[in-house]
Ligand binder design. Structure first.
Ligand SMILES: CC(C)(COP(=O)(O)OP(=O)(O)OC[C@H]1O[C@@H](n2cnc3c(N)ncnc32)[C@H](O)[C@@H]1OP(=O)(O)O)[C@@H](O)C(=O)NCCC(=O)NCCSC(=O)C[C@H](O)C(=O)O
Ligand SMILES: [Mg+2]
Length: 291
């Protein structure tokens, strides 16, 4: 991981007030949506707004991502052509079903600057059976991130999307495994109940337990909880530092397994501990409070 991606806040690219506000919000990334949050009659104007916002910048350390319309819509191709020239940090494409679609999106943004990543929404029933082939596109395209689209997935499956997300647990785990197998960043889906703080916290904790890098959000009031849950706590940091210190002792140089604070730790835990310390340092350096 090269930067924290705990909190990605969506906003309709047609909502100038929200975009203006986002320049000062403590999220790690901003996603300007041209897809589902924008009505058909507002699509063209929203695209122009998104392009102007990318050109203008002003988001500081926050990544700026734009979600395009799909290639099966009247707006997808024009979105991709324009975004390739504008060059946001990433272009997020919706409802990817298979590897061929990733390759098609990648070809259409071939002219984009090198810093522009391709991110894919994982949110269709068909994609659930092609996770590995989609993730493997990271080897041949600029695909570098996935975002779970649990609203669309719930709709397609006709499943109930509640706090616990029991119908989705298998797919969430498989998606994280596929993403990790090919080195992709992966963000959890949104939590729609804006005023349910306890539900949001529980779902952030669940997402972190699954291994997601962070969560996608729909409202500024969700950012604090999300950052706090996805930032290693002081206790986790201390535990990680204890693991690193134990393996650094000369008497442990040739040992593979140790007892640290009553727990068995192996060298794989050393790597985890180092990653946690690095993430905490990045989040501290980002200037964004955990809560
Ligand atoms: C959901 C909302 C429509 C709620 O809007 P509203 O009731 O107007 O919010 P508030 O009055 O509480 O807003 C308070 C202030 O905060 C600003 N605000 C609100 N939302 C955002 C935001 N997302 N980003 C930035 N700023 C925001 C308001 O402007 C108010 O500011 P002020 O004027 O100073 O008081 C609304 O929150 C919203 O539109 N959210 C984002 C919706 C969206 O982008 N949806 C698409 C992505 S979700 C998705 O598609 C997931 C995936 O594809 C899947 O399938 O699962
Ligand atoms: Mg969706």
């Amino acid at each position: 991981m090269t930067r924290p991606r705990r909190s990605l806040l969506y906003m309709p690219a047609s909502n100038l007030r929200a975009i203006e506000k986002a320049r000062d919000l403590p999220c790690d990334a901003v996603v300007l949506d041209l897809e589902d949050a924008v009505a058909p009659e507002a699509k063209a104007a929203a695209r122009e707004t998104a392009l102007a916002v990318v050109r203008e910048g002003g988001f500081g350390r926050r990544e700026l991502i734009v979600r395009a319309n799909g290639l099966d819509t009247p707006w997808g191709r024009d979105d991709l052509a324009a975004l390739a020239i504008a060059g946001p940090d990433a272009i997020l494409v919706p409802k990817v079903n298979d590897a061929a679609e990733v390759a098609a999106y990648d070809a259409l943004i071939a002219a984009a600057p090198a810093h522009t990543g391709l991110w894919a929404m994982i949110e269709t029933a068909r994609a659930m059976f092609r996770l590995e082939e989609i993730a493997a596109q990271a080897r041949t395209t600029r695909l570098s991130g996935w975002v779970m689209g649990t609203n669309d997935l719930a709709k397609e499956m006709r499943a109930t999307l509640d706090v616990e997300r029991v119908p989705f647990l298998g797919f969430l785990a498989q998606s994280v495994a596929a993403a990790r197998a090919y080195g992709l960043t992966i963000l959890d889906g949104v939590f729609n109940a804006i005023d349910d703080d306890a539900g949001l916290e529980a779902q952030c904790r669940q997402g972190r337990a699954f291994g997601f890098d962070g969560k996608t959000l729909i409202h500024p009031k969700q950012i604090g909880t999300c950052n706090r849950v996805f930032t290693p706590s002081d206790a986790e940091l201390a535990a990680a530092q204890a693991v690193v210190a134990a393996f650094a002792l000369p008497e442990n140089a040739d040992k593979g397994a140790l007892r640290v604070d009553g727990r068995m730790v192996e060298r794989l835990h050393l790597a985890e501990a180092e990653a946690m310390i690095a993430l905490r340092a990045m989040t501290d350096a980002s200037g964004t409070p955990a809560s």
